[in-house]
Structures are given as C-alpha cells and as structure tokens.
Design a protein around this ligand. Structure first.
Ligand code: ADP
Ligand code: GN1
Ligand code: MG
Length: 363
C-alpha cells in the first residue's frame, strides 16, 4: 500500500498546469484505483488512476487505445463545431517523457483532466436513461469508422461468452478453495442456460454477425452528466475494443434497469425496471438505428439477459477461484453479487416477451 505522500508524488511526473496539494480516493470501480487530485485553491482538477496491470497486462496497448478513441471523438466534435469540447471528451495528460502513463517500478499510473461541474450516478430515472442511451449509441456511431486494427483487445475475449464459460469450467474442475459444494445449485442454473447464451459467437462463425467497436463497460456510473442532467461524456475507456454489439445495451440494462443494487443482499429488491429499459432503448435506437442490422436489433433485449448471465458467471467463477479478480468488501461478496445478478436474470427472463415486443416498432 502506498502512503498519501507517495501517491502525492506521482502527479509530478506528468505535465500539469496546477500546483497539486492533495489526493483522495474516488469512485467505486471493481478494478482500478481512482483518486481526485486537488490543487492549491482547493479545486479538484485532475483524476489520477492506478491501472490494475494484472488485468490490463499490456498498458501500452491500453493507453494507445484510449488515445486513439479520445482523439477520434475530439476530431468528430471539432468537425461538428461543438462548444465546450473539453467537457465532452476525456483529456489524458502526457508525462515529461511524452508517454500517457507512468511506471513507478511497481504500479502504472495515468492522469486526465477532471471534467468540471460534472456528476455520475449509481441509479438513474427514465429521463436520464434516455439521455444515456443516446450517449452510448452516439459513442458507437462516432467510432464506427475507426479502421480495422486501430484498437487492440485490452483483455482478449473480454465479452466472449464461450470463453467465460470455459473459465467457469476450469474453476469448477480446480475448485481451489473448496467452495463448489456450496454453490452447486447456482452452477446447475448456469449450465442449463449455457448453450442459449452463446448465440453471438455462433452467428459470428456463420458470418451473420460482425464485430464493432464497443465500450464494453456501459455501467450507469461510466457516464458524466452536467448540472441539468444532459450527458457530457462517456468515461472509463479501458475496455473500448472490437466486440459484439450487445455489450453496450446489455451492461446498461444490467446496471441501470435493475431496481436493486448489483450486490443487493435483499433479493426482493432486485428486478428489471421496464421503464428504464424502454427509455434507454429508445435513446440508443435513435442514434444506432442507422448502423444496426435487423439481426442485431432483434437481439437487443437478449443482450440484457446475456450480459447479466455473463456477470453471474464471472462473479461465481471468481468466488470459486477464491476472489482473485474483483475487489471484494467482505469474504462472501462475490457470492452475494452472484445471487443478486442471478435474480436479475430471472426477472429479465420473465419479461423477455414484453421486451421483444418493444423492439417490434424498430424492425
Ligand atoms: P473505475 O475503473 O474505478 O470505475 P472510472 O474511470 O469509472 O474508474 O472513475 C470512477 C468515477 O470517478 C466515475 O464513476 C466518475 O464519477 C469519476 N470520474 C472519473 N473520471 C472523471 C473525470 N474525468 N471527471 C470527473 N469525474 C470523473
Ligand atoms: C468491472 O471497473 P469497473 O467496476 O467499471 C469489470 C466489468 C464488470 C464490472 C461489474 C475490466 O468494471 O467488466 O462488468 O466490474 N471490468 C473489468 O460491476 O473486468
Ligand atoms: Mg467506472
């Protein structure tokens, strides 16, 4: 663990306009460590992040991707004559050596400008969901013309369901901390659905689905809103990479359209909020209709189920493996998360017919 004083010495490695006096932990992500950086006038001016390089093993690819994505979006905003561009796309800062990260011999660090007068939420109402849907649809549409090969896979097979099931089966076979017995029923529920959850990989092999540039972590709290609830920008760009289109509708449904928390202890709280689903889908389709194929449009509600299923599998895999991937806040946290995600999956399954019917108007 680094001390506050050690962390405070990191920003010096970057070219900064302000004098820095303080950092404090910020946000509640499961992977990286985020800090607010405060200047001598008491203003939060930068974001400092320690990159989890056990998960993002190639930090060069990671920061190159982020640079490619933010430069591409900035150019699009400039061409459109947008104002206030520094609040609409993230600005990463170079080190004195001209790199977009700094390695201190132990950890990798990056810095970006804190977007002033911005806020993020863990929960959203339908109005904000509609705005979020437009924002992610627009994000995908702005990146649609990136040439093939422009972005590397920062985590290979990140949202590949067949691969996630393979990892799950490996964990079951190894059972390294003897937790398998306790989760037998959940394992059976996962197995029951496994084949039906690999549609995208099959369609891809048959040439019926192509890959696109996706955000791949469209959690509600990865959007910044302004004071009036208008979207400023999409953040947390670590996982922007080529993948299947359902990722970006699926993860928002999983987080934004859940009436409970991702790790809710009380499963009664957890169900799908159809109004949020409809509002997000409406906003998303207004921007994405122009480039989606009918196959993709038809599959959008399945995307909610798929990403919730995938997250159930990932949390349970980590639980069986002895909690090696996600940050946990107590020993049974990954199991609690698994149960809450599975409850949401059941609710999405119960509402599947209604959700499919909602898509009809776009087909
Ligand atoms: P994590 O990997 O921890 O999810 P994020 O990049 O999503 O990291 O940052 C965590 C939180 O910090 C976000 O949910 C948001 O509230 C805030 N945040 C991150 N970057 C910025 C920024 N540039 N300006 C303002 N707030 C930010
Ligand atoms: C992680 O970093 P964070 O909290 O935004 C994870 C996502 C999961 C999410 C579950 C690189 O995202 O894929 O969906 O937790 N990110 C990575 O909340 O694995
Ligand atoms: Mg985040």
């Amino acid at each position: 663990m680094k001390t506050q004083k050690q962390i405070l010495s990191i920003p010096d490695r970057f070219i900064l306009a302000d004098k820095i006096v303080f950092t404090e932990p910020f946000g509640n992500g499961h992977i990286n460590d985020t800090f607010k950086v405060i200047n001598d006038k008491g203003e939060a001016v930068y974001i400092l992040q320690r990159i989890n390089h056990h998960i993002f093993t190639d930090v060069d690819i990671l920061q190159n991707n982020i640079h490619t994505v933010t430069s591409h979006i900035r150019k699009k905003l400039e061409e459109r004559g947008e104002s206030d561009i520094d609040r609409k796309v993230l600005t990463f800062l170079p080190t004195h050596e001209g790199k977009f990260y700094y390695f201190d011999g132990e950890s990798y660090w990056r810095m970006c400008l804190m977007i002033p007068r911005s806020q993020s939420f863990e929960e959203v109402n339908p109005e904000f969901s509609y705005e979020a849907g437009k924002a992610f649809g627009e994000f995908q549409s702005m990146l649609a013309d990136l040439p093939e090969g422009a972005l590397g896979e920062t985590i290979p097979n990140f949202h590949n369901m067949e691969f996630r099931l393979q990892q799950f089966h490996d964990a079951i076979a190894a059972n390294p901390v003897n937790r398998l017995e306790k989760v037998k029923e959940l394992v059976a529920e996962i197995e029951k659905r496994a084949e039906a959850m690999c549609i995208q990989e099959r369609l891809y092999r048959e040439g019926k689905l192509k890959k696109r540039t996706n955000h791949c972590d469209t959690k509600v709290n990865n959007i910044l809103f302004d004071e009036d609830g208008k979207v400023l920008c999409v953040i947390d760009l670590d996982t922007v990479m080529p993948g299947f289109v359902l990722s970006d509708i699926g993860d928002f449904i999983r987080t934004g359209a859940n009436t409970g928390a991702e790790d809710d202890e009380n499963l009664e709280n957890v169900s799908v909020n159809m109004e949020i689903f409809k509002a997000y889908t409406q906003g998303y389709m207004e921007k994405a209709n122009s480039f989606l194929t009918p196959t993709e449009i038809k599959l959008l509600p399945y995307g909610g189920r798929l990403l919730t299923y995938m997250q159930t599998v990932r949390f349970l895999t980590d639980y069986i493996n002895g909690d090696t991937y996600y940050k946990i806040h107590h020993p049974e946290h990954n199991l609690q998360r698994t149960r809450a995600q599975f409850k949401l999956l059941q609710s999405l399954e119960e509402n599947a017919v209604k959700m499919d019917a909602f898509m009809q108007e776009w087909l």
